[in-house]
Design a protein around this ligand. Structure first.
Ligand SMILES: CC(=O)SCCNC(=O)CCNC(=O)[C@H](O)C(C)(C)COP(=O)(O)OP(=O)(O)OC[C@H]1O[C@@H](n2cnc3c(N)ncnc32)[C@H](O)[C@@H]1OP(=O)(O)O
Ligand SMILES: CC(C)C(=O)C(=O)O
Length: 553
């Protein structure tokens, strides 16, 4: 008999909100951000951060512009307590930054938490207890009334502990933990009871954090839950609605964005999505998603690589190369058609020179994150001529004509197939030199030459060249330098070439400026050959290019 494990699971029920408004809303401003890296992120690490790492993380968050930072769970142990109280006593918390701590709704833990904050100019005390059916039944063995009582008693202790310390400007946050899997009317009822105790005002609102502690439904359900709560909570102007999505279904970012559309004011999360199980929502992604919609997130990610380095150091977790915005490969195209479009995009972007970013396949300018363009196009066996030409142009300044790009690409493709690996700039330069006879002994090699003019205006080329290892003088006449070299090759070396295309450009500025010349020729037998010449003198570069083509016959 076939066993179907899916029968163990039940679909998440719909939310009764037929007139939901969030689907037609857009996010037009940044939310308040709360980093819980040092709490929710930290509690999920194999090796939680020591105080050196916590301090380093805190300093980075301040530099990034995060204004609310959950610094830990003071009652968890000495490392946590000492770090938090040390931070407070150090007096180094910037005036525009507020620290937050988390505590379970238990007297001893709340009291310890307040002690850790002794002397803080301002702080947010975050209280939580789980409210959903599975937790009520399995973890607490309590009914709704008893669970609500945990929250009420915790709120009373918080209120009284705060009152004992009037020197601190206190704010309060309450999380009906497991909100996303709880009955909405019950979460609301518990929050209302907490409100009755803590009596928020528009000037001193309470933060209701509505966590998707475990993400169990599609993100539209979370948005419905948030909109429903926002519509039903009394004194909405005395309430800050905060989102706290986890990523169990891989939709933490989507849930957060829809939650903002549904009216939330604040987002809690971790940089790069660290956190319990699949992580908390990734604050970098949510913030930079806003950025790409023309909304300033108010966070500074202009040196994203240093953020990644610090997060990796503090968490001991490596970043996936495909992690949105920050992974090593997220701005890199290997495949030919993507490379072609990106290369064209950069050219058009430079020509247009307006403020708007429009480069195919790159939703954000890597430079905005402190990333260089170097890694944007990389070459392997999936690449095309545009990508190869881009790398050569970035690396050596060579701007190959179109048909020559196609020719070089075939050489590079063969090399990539042969090696079964990515080809670096040096590999491509090597393939280029081999394909166009630029290194080592060649059949035709230029020594020096002179160009003179006949009385009828014709050009006369007289050159000392090595042919098959033997030095000799050759000469030819034509209406230009190139045609006179072609004539010399035909009449004195038996090589017949027709020039199909010729181009040249300067390679670099300054006194050591060089020029590159490219020639495409057809032989008497109908074969196409390409030649390249690179020289400090543009005319000499073109002579070298023609001899290069002769070497390809
Ligand atoms: C969703 C979240 O991320 S919530 C944050 C979770 N973070 C952490 O747990 C990290 C820090 N935690 C700790 O250091 C410890 O767990 C402590 C200090 C909080 C508590 O430690 P202990 O007293 O040893 O209890 P333990 O960790 O086993 O927790 C289970 C107890 O807490 C109770 N509990 C759990 N949540 C809550 C709550 N919000 N309010 C009150 N009691 C709670 C449970 O019912 C259970 O009680 P029981 O032993 O009577 O059955
Ligand atoms: C304590 C709460 C906010 C939490 O971390 C969660 O529900 O994930």
């Amino acid at each position: 008999m076939l066993r179907d494990p899916s029968v163990k699971y039940r679909p998440f029920p719909q939310i009764d909100l037929p007139d939901r408004q969030w689907p037609s809303k857009t996010i037009t401003r940044a939310p308040r951000w709360l980093s819980t890296d040092m709490r929710d992120g930290n509690q999920a690490l194999i090796d939680p951060m020591d105080s050196e790492k916590k301090q380093r993380f805190f300093d980075m968050l301040v530099r990034l512009g995060v204004k609310e930072i959950e610094v830990g769970f003071p009652s968890a142990g000495a490392v946590e307590f000492d770090f938090i109280s040390g931070l407070v006593r150090s007096g180094t918390i910037p005036d525009d930054v507020t620290i937050q701590i988390l505590t379970q709704s238990r007297r001893d833990l709340i009291e310890t938490s307040f002690k850790s904050l002794e002397g803080a100019p301002r702080a947010i005390v975050h209280l939580y207890n789980a409210v959903s059916p599975a937790w009520r039944k399995i973890v607490f063995g309590m009914d709704r009334q008893q669970i609500k009582q945990i929250a009420i008693e915790g709120a009373m202790i918080v209120r009284d502990e705060a009152a004992k310390r009037p020197e601190t400007d206190w704010s309060f946050e309450y999380s009906p933990e497991t909100f996303s899997t709880a009955e909405l009317d019950f979460s609301l009822e518990v929050c209302e009871s907490v409100m009755d105790v803590l009596r928020p005002t528009p000037e001193k609102p309470i933060i209701f954090n509505l966590p998707a502690t475990v993400e169990c439904a599609t993100p539209n359900i979370y948005a419905d839950q948030i909109e429903w709560f926002g519509r039903n909570i009394p004194n909405r102007d005395s309430v800050v609605i905060s989102l706290h999505a986890h990523n169990d279904r891989g939709t933490g970012v989507a849930a957060t964005e829809l939650g903002l559309m549904a009216g939330a004011d604040r987002v809690e999360g971790c940089l790069l999505g660290n956190g319990e199980r699949t992580g908390n929502v990734d604050l970098v992604t949510v913030a930079l998603n806003l950025y790409t919609q023309g909304v300033d997130p108010g966070l500074d990610f202009s040196d994203i690589d240093s953020v990644v380095k610090t997060v990796e150091y503090c968490t001991g977790i490596a970043t996936h190369p495909r992690q949105p915005y920050v992974g090593d490969l997220v701005f890199t195209a290997f495949s030919g058609s993507h490379q072609d479009a990106i290369k064209k995009g950069f050219v058009v972007q430079e020509q247009r020179n307006d403020q708007f970013w429009e480069v195919p396949y790159l939703p954000i300018d890597p430079a905005d994150l402190g990333r260089s363009y170097e890694a944007v196009i990389r070459v392997n066996s999936q690449s095309g001529k545009g990508g190869v030409a881009w790398v050569l142009e970035q690396d050596k300044g060579l701007k190959l004509p179109k048909r020559m790009q196609g020719d070089l690409s075939r050489h590079v493709q063969a090399l990539a197939d042969e090696n079964s690996r990515e080809l670096h700039a040096a590999d491509i330069w090597g393939a280029f030199q081999t394909a166009y006879h630029l290194e080592g002994p060649q059949r035709f090699m230029l020594g020096d030459y002179e160009e003179t003019r006949a009385s009828n205006g014709d050009r006369i080329f007289v050159g000392r060249i090595t042919v098959d290892g033997v030095e000799r003088w050759v000469s030819g006449r034509g209406n230009g330098l190139i045609s006179s070299v072609i004539a010399a090759l035909k009449e004195q070396c038996g090589i017949e070439l027709d020039v199909v295309d010729f181009s040249e450009h300067a390679l670099s500025g300054g006194s050591d400026a060089q020029a590159a010349a490219y020639v495409e020729c057809r032989t008497a037998a109908g074969k196409t050959v390409f030649g390249v010449g690179i020289d400090a003198d543009v005319a000499t570069a073109s002579v070298r290019a023609v001899l290069g083509a002769a070497n390809g016959v």
